[in-house]
Ligand binder design. Structure first.
Ligand code: IPE
Ligand code: IPE
Ligand code: MG
Length: 255
């Protein structure tokens, strides 16, 4: 079980334990080059490869990447099917390499809407890499923060049918283990590329005390140096979790 940032003060670390990224800007990257959007998505997969490698090298324990949101079904059908093809191909090509590098793969989101070949590859990839401990790579696919909270509420009440009836307030720390990312500590650092400054229904619950970092750089141009820039900014932040600056300083002296 990991520390809940609203119950206890998490331990300070120089390197974020968990980095969560909204990989945005593939379409604009392609448009700038007068290429079809798919060219941007292809380059985006290459950027994923580099950031996974760089994260493992830097000792980040958990990397969560938003690949397809529950609202991305609203895109034109041909773009959706290209994204599905790319996802399938990436699973086919990359899972073996992830495994060779000691990386555990997890996929969060409502995968029931995916085609059977994708679902089979996800299950096989998660099973193959389940015991790996160097880095946990989570791909959020057909993921939405609201979906996650709703599915967790259902699962919680299935397991605790008495909870609704007894009128007692819901304990957030009893509920949180039912969220899709319950196996990971809360993200320390949230990154969004592509210039927008919004959450777009990504992880909602566990971003409660994440440090936020936004960059205009488009996802296909996001590289290890850009990741280091985000981590450098993270290191300058004072994480107060509701306390005063003086309390934070006193605790740093004490420990
Ligand atoms: C992010 O890039 C990839 C997905 C959402 C699948 P976009 O495709 O959103 O790129 P822009 O925002 O149109 O540039
Ligand atoms: C967020 O990007 C989702 C992913 C990166 C998968 P979008 O491009 O879909 O976000 P909005 O529509 O600009 O908010
Ligand atoms: Mg976008």
């Amino acid at each position: 079980m990991f520390t809940s940032s609203t119950r206890e003060i998490p331990e300070e670390r120089d390197t974020p334990r968990h980095v969560a990224i909204i990989m945005d800007g593939n379409g604009r990257w392609a448009k700038q080059r007068l290429l079809p959007r798919v060219a941007g998505h292809r380059r985006g997969v290459e950027a994923v490869r580099e950031i996974v490698r760089a994260s493992a090298e830097r000792g980040i324990g958990y990397l969560t990447l938003f690949a397809f949101s529950s609202e991305n079904w609203r895109r034109p059908a041909d773009e959706v099917s290209i994204l599905m093809e790319l996802f399938l191909k990436a699973l086919e090509v990359e899972v073996g390499r992830l495994h060779d590098n000691g990386i555990r793969l997890k996929v969060i989101g409502d995968t029931t809407r995916f085609d059977a070949r994708i679902r089979a590859r996800i299950a096989a990839g998660e099973a193959l890499t389940a015991a790996n401990t160097r880095l946990t790579l989570t791909i959020a696919a057909n993921y939405g923060g609201r979906w996650d909270i709703a599915q967790a509420a259902r699962a919680y009440h299935r397991q605790h049918p008495e909870a609704l009836a007894d009128g007692a307030p819901l304990d957030p720390d009893a509920f949180a283990p039912f969220l899709a990312l319950a196996y990971a500590p809360e993200p320390d650092l949230f990154i969004r590329t592509g210039g927008e400054q919004r959450i777009s229904n990504f992880v909602l619950w566990q971003l409660a005390y994440a440090e936020l970092w936004f960059t205009d750089r488009l996802w296909p141009d996001f590289d290890a140096a850009a990741l280091d820039e985000a981590i450098a900014s993270y290191r300058t932040r004072e994480r107060r979790y509701g306390r005063t600056s003086e309390q934070v300083a006193a605790q740093a002296v004490a420990s």
